[in-house]
Design a protein around this ligand. Sequence first.
Ligand SMILES: NC(=O)c1ccc[n+]([C@@H]2O[C@H](COP(=O)([O-])OP(=O)(O)OC[C@H]3O[C@@H](n4cnc5c(N)ncnc54)[C@H](OP(=O)(O)O)[C@@H]3O)[C@@H](O)[C@H]2O)c1
Length: 286
Amino acid sequence: MRNRIWETQDARRALITGASAGLGESFAHLLAEEGWDLALVARRESELHRVAGVLRARHGVDVQVVPLDLSQPGSEALLADRLAAKGFAPDVLINNAGFGLVGRATDLPLDRQLEMIDLNLRAAVALSLRFLPSMAERGRGGVLNVASLAAFMPGPNMAVYFATKAALLSFSEALAEEMTGSGVTVAAFCPGPVRTGFLDASGVSRTWLSRVLRPAGVDTVARAGWQGFKEGRTVIVPGLLNTLMAWSARFAPRGLTRRVTRLLLVPRGRGAKTGNAEDATKDGEA
Ligand SMILES: NC(=O)c1ccc[n+]([C@@H]2O[C@H](COP(=O)([O-])OP(=O)(O)OC[C@H]3O[C@@H](n4cnc5c(N)ncnc54)[C@H](OP(=O)(O)O)[C@@H]3O)[C@@H](O)[C@H]2O)c1
């Protein structure tokens, strides 16, 4: 069954998590350009209002701002209630909010790593399952889960982050298959490094990975993800080098993939000894 969302003349609504910055903000601009009404979620209310103000002024679309910490248990139910109170039923959900941390799993704070699982995986799963049934009932729309190239391999020195993205990819692929014939699209978007605040916040900008795979521009990457979703692709990997990396991770011996990834995730400079990106010298000093 075709996804009727691309043909409808009705108002179209999308819910985007992590829309106060980076890829989420870029997705919001792309969809607003196409006339979608939006609900934007993240923790920083002031940043959400900044993004919403620009979108309303430029594109005249309706934008709801929902400040929420999605790593908190029950946050997805709270979000669903708040949207229902506003009469906002999303046709498309973009599960984009996420964060990562470079360092040995045994050295990084346990609480933060569990929070990562809650945000990157639990919230994305919960929101997908909360909104998909009504999308399937309407026979249109879908869910775009922002995973990562990290989904294709284990990530020593970023173990929990890579595991969350691998699980999100697996979940999305399985869900896409379950939704066959429903008119709904489910996709996993798997970009390599992107120039957003994520790189510094996670410590990836201080590893060899961001030297080997040059970070791509945020708007270009978001556009590739949205285009792939509109084409109905289930797994979207933007860029030739990323596609080769994903492909080789599937077919190379697992032990080799693990070792190469570990080397790429070693912080350059001082942090190389501890494995901790916080200790690493700044970009260019390595
Ligand atoms: N940048 C990359 O290299 C890269 C590569 C592959 C995949 N990705 C994935 O792309 C997605 C977007 O990342 P980005 O690069 O755009 O990073 P970013 O610029 O750091 O943006 C992350 C977004 O998530 C929101 N967020 C963080 N914690 C949250 C929480 N607890 N509750 C609700 N919202 C929260 C942030 O807003 P607040 O701080 O206001 O809450 C922000 O809007 C992530 O899932 C990331 O894993 C990124």
